[in-house]
Design a protein around this ligand. Structure first.
Ligand code: WTA
Length: 658
């Protein structure tokens, strides 16, 4: 739970107040509803017997090498197993079986590179590439259960690498390319990765940007676990080369055999680890296993996006470095036999119409992106998307943070031509797949609300004591029943898993989000209630950034808050007390921003750093972030009566005016 419950309660309260009563509703068209892949009966069916409902999805959507006879085992909470005696191969399900079913010529991936280069892979071609990578990784000594760190840009090789790992039962751990060498090192170390797959670099806004040097730096300390590095040649920049350790992708994967038989792995065999920020400094290695994860991913992908794999063109804009790029790029769409777009670049390069150009070019019918992108497009103006033919779009998805009603309305009107249903999807790295979202052919959608738990998912909003709040009230979001794609733990730290998620409310999973139930019982997400910030849909920990700041010799103390930001949702604002030696340093703010970039990664750099003489603390020494948030958001600071020294706020105000 949050270290400062006052902050938590306050932020839920603030969010509730800011939430204007929203009365607009949009029903699906009769035509959409009549052709919907999943209908309202799914809710009743799932409610009648939750494990049986998921068992049915697991059998229907996946091909098992050995069928399961058990569904859920929850005899040892909070450790669940699903489909435990079944065996399955994730890569076979994503690839080979589509080829065997005669769909080998269907395009699996259309790739748009940032410099404008393109490639496409049919299911047959992608299957061959994955088989080659699986053979190459095995030839490098990789075996079932070994961990592989993946530090790649958003290129097809990322998906190929993940599926090749899954094929041989190796456990991938993707580290987002925007993280620093230091962050990469700690994740490699925690997972004891044996292999690293990376690239020379990528492109960012027309310029080459490197990745390999960060890998070299991460591996510069003796005693690490890595035996081999495989390097994709992407931007052609010169790279440092360590003989005997480094291998070009083209020389290893490129020359490997295209014959590789996929064997089944136990349903509970680990599929991947993905590190995410928590309330303490050390990132958590969220562990996902195979059968349940694939089941819920495939089901939600089909149900929430109304997927018709023969005709839809699906584009999820997430990077593979985040969970959305795992569940809704690498696994679910391919399991479901969809045709999808992968784009390496940013929305503004080479021009601000890039996304819409891609939608027009490939006739994208399902678009899944983040509110921060939508708000950016709004800022750029609607005449930009108006230049393109977006008439192929029939479903629009949103993920990563609460979507404000005005952004939702803009998305619907400007991108969805006032007809495409919007599905606002709430979930987390930990939940593995979508938990709360409308069903586009069923739900009357409301701008800004994720609305209903998926069929087979038991979500609730409770008060401080864990008692469900009545409709019309706010509280904490919890999950009452185990779900197939739930995390199975934190890598190497069962205690932390129990403490973080299962100790706040008895027998319930605590998500860390505030939420409200409206008068109809629909769920509205209100943002984090703990020390986790959400910047452009990326999770960042206040504590982690504070630790990075105080690790600099010029900083005596630091406090970080997430301040409301029009475009990025939240922005990182840091308050620092400098050591005497640094007080005269005119460049200190730049130095500290770069230091955070080096310690964690560019995405964590504070937008604003305010140098202050003191920090507001309670008598027990807790920093009152609520007061700092008031300052960061330009408000009069609230009640400071519990401060140990109540002149501190005046001192801070005076120093900021100076
Ligand atoms: C937030 C991303 C409101 C939430 C899939 C959650 C959302 C955290 C939504 C998880 C949404 C995600 N509405 N908030 N539709 N989707 N969040 O692990 O605070 O990167 O706890 O997973 O993002 O972020 P994560």
């Amino acid at each position: 739970m949050s270290k400062d419950t006052t902050t938590a309660a306050q932020s839920v309260g603030d969010a509730l107040e800011n939430l204007s009563t929203e009365s607009r509703k949009f029903a699906p068209s009769a035509e959409f509803a009549a052709n919907a892949v999943v209908t309202a009966s799914a809710y009743a069916e799932a409610a009648a017997d939750r494990p049986a409902f998921w068992g049915k999805q697991a059998s229907e959507l996946l091909t098992w090498s050995k069928p399961f006879t058990k569904t859920l085992d929850w005899t040892n909470p909070p450790f669940a197993t699903w489909f435990e005696d079944g065996e399955i191969n994730a890569a076979y399900n994503a690839l080979d079986r589509h080829v065997e079913a005669g769909n080998g010529d269907r395009v699996a991936i259309y790739f748009e590179g940032e410099p404008g280069d393109t490639r496409s892979y049919t299911y047959a071609q992608l299957t061959e590439e994955v088989k080659k990578a699986a053979n190459a990784f095995e030839a490098l000594g990789l075996a079932k259960g070994d961990r592989v760190a993946v530090y790649l840009p958003m290129i097809p090789e990322a998906v190929i690498t993940l599926l090749a790992c899954a094929r041989i039962g190796a456990i991938h751990s993707v580290v987002f390319g925007g993280f620093s060498a230091e962050a990469l090192r700690s994740r490699i170390d925690d997972a004891q990765a044996k292999l690293v797959v990376t690239a020379d670099g990528t492109f960012r806004r027309g310029k080459p940007s490197s990745l390999k040097p960060a890998v070299d730096e991460a591996l510069s300390v003796p005693g690490h676990s890595v035996e081999n590095v495989v390097v994709v040649k992407r931007n052609g920049e010169d790279v440092n080369w360590v003989q005997g350790r480094d291998n070009w992708w083209d020389d290893t994967v490129g020359t490997a055999s295209t014959e590789h038989t996929a064997v089944g792995h136990a349903a509970e065999h680990p599929l991947f680890i993905l590190y995410t920020s928590g309330t303490t400094g050390k990132p958590k290695g969220i562990l996902h296993t195979t059968g349940g994860y694939l089941t819920q991913g495939a089901y939600t992908h089909k149900a929430v996006f109304d997927l018709k794999p023969e005709t839809d063109v699906y584009w999820c804009t997430a990077d593979v470095g985040w969970v959305t790029g795992h569940s809704y790029v690498t696994y679910a769409p391919l399991i479901n036999g969809a045709t999808q777009i992968i784009y390496e670049g940013t929305p503004d390069s080479p021009h601000q119409g890039r996304f819409w150009e891609i939608v027009e070019k490939y006739k994208v019918s399902i678009l899944y992106t983040a509110p921060t992108a939508i708000r950016t497009f709004m800022k750029w103006g609607e005449d930009i998307p108006a230049k393109y033919d977006l008439s192929s779009i029939r479903v629009l998805g949103s993920v990563g943070e609460p979507i404000n009603p005005e952004a939702w309305m803009w998305y619907r009107r400007v991108i969805g031509s006032n007809k495409a249903p919007i599905v606002d999807t709430w979930w987390q790295t930990e939940t593995g797949a979508i938990m709360i979202a409308p069903l586009p052919g069923v739900t009357e959608t409301k701008p800004g609300s994720a609305q209903s738990p998926m069929p087979g998912i038991a979500v609730d909003v409770v008060d401080e004591l864990g008692v469900p709040v009545p409709d019309g009230h706010g509280g904490y979001l919890v999950i009452r029943e185990p779900w197939p794609s739930m995390l199975r733990g934190i890598w190497g730290d069962n205690e932390r898993y129990k403490d973080t998620y299962w100790s706040r409310f008895d027998g319930m999973y605590f998500a860390g989000d505030g939420a409200k139930k409206d008068e109809d019982g629909d769920v509205w997400l209100l943002g984090r209630v703990d020390d986790v910030m959400n910047v452009s849909g990326h999770r960042l920990s206040t504590t982690e950034i504070e630790s990075a700041l105080v690790s600099h010799p010029s900083v005596a103390e630091a406090a970080v808050v997430g301040a409301a930001d029009e475009t990025t949702g939240q922005a990182v604002v840091a308050f620092v007390i400098l050591r005497d030696s640094a007080v005269e340093d005119a460049d200190i703010v730049t130095t500290l921003r770069n230091h955070v970039g080096h310690e964690i990664g560019p995405i964590a750099k504070p937008k604003t750093i305010l140098v202050v003489p003191e920090l507001p603390k309670t008598r027990s020494g807790k920093i009152m972030r609520r007061l700092l948030k008031d300052i960061a958001e330009g408000r009069e600071a609230g009640d400071s009566s519990t401060l140990a020294d109540n002149t501190v706020m005046n001192q801070i105000a005076a120093s900021l005016k100076a």
